[in-house]
Design a protein around this ligand. Structure first.
Ligand code: SME
Length: 161
């Protein structure tokens, strides 16, 4: 397992995602514990981009339950019909929220979070097993580049579950 993360010194997020994806694949290779792998992935994303919060909510007991994350404390359970995470789960689509205050039903775990992207992570049968939630303390911080880069990382997780 690689123990040091190489992050290119650039503001070009596509380049960073391109460098990060194979490193994340190497990081989780040979480790069977899912939470250990999700924890390292959250840490790698936080370190590479300096996002405010990065974490996973897994589908459990008919809810989304907080799993590995990096950042400040967060709400532990989200109903499928609640928040950006619930919306992502029910629509099974990536959601970019440029301004969280304008998203009806947004759950504010921290007032510092200003924009957000949430992606579904599918299992091998095509069901949503968890969502990947990334928050920024800047408005309008996420674009299609993040959606594509993070979806490659979601695909790595699919291979683990
Ligand atoms: N904002 C999310 C809740 C999770 S926190 O951002 C960590 C939502 O509306 O679902």
């Amino acid at each position: 397992m690689a123990e040091n993360l190489f992050v290119p010194n650039t503001f070009d997020r596509k380049k960073i995602y391109d460098e990060l994806a194979p490193q994340i694949a190497a990081l989780v290779e040979g480790e069977t514990d899912l939470v250990a792998n999700l924890a390292n992935i959250a840490a790698a994303l936080k370190e590479a981009f300096g996002f405010f919060w990065v974490g996973f909510y897994v589908v459990k007991e008919n809810q989304l339950v907080l799993s590995a994350f990096q950042g400040s404390i967060a709400c532990t359970r989200i109903n499928f019909d609640q928040g950006v995470c619930g919306h992502c789960f029910t629509t099974q689509k990536t959601i970019i929220v440029p301004n969280v205050e304008e998203f009806p039903g947004h759950i504010a775990c921290s007032s510092a979070s200003k924009s957000e992207i949430v992606l579904p992570v599918f299992d091998k049968n095509g069901s949503v097993a968890m969502v990947l939630d990334v928050d920024s303390d800047a408005l309008d911080d996420f674009s299609e580049t993040d959606a594509q880069g993070l979806s490659k990382i979601a695909e790595i997780i699919t291979r683990l579950i």
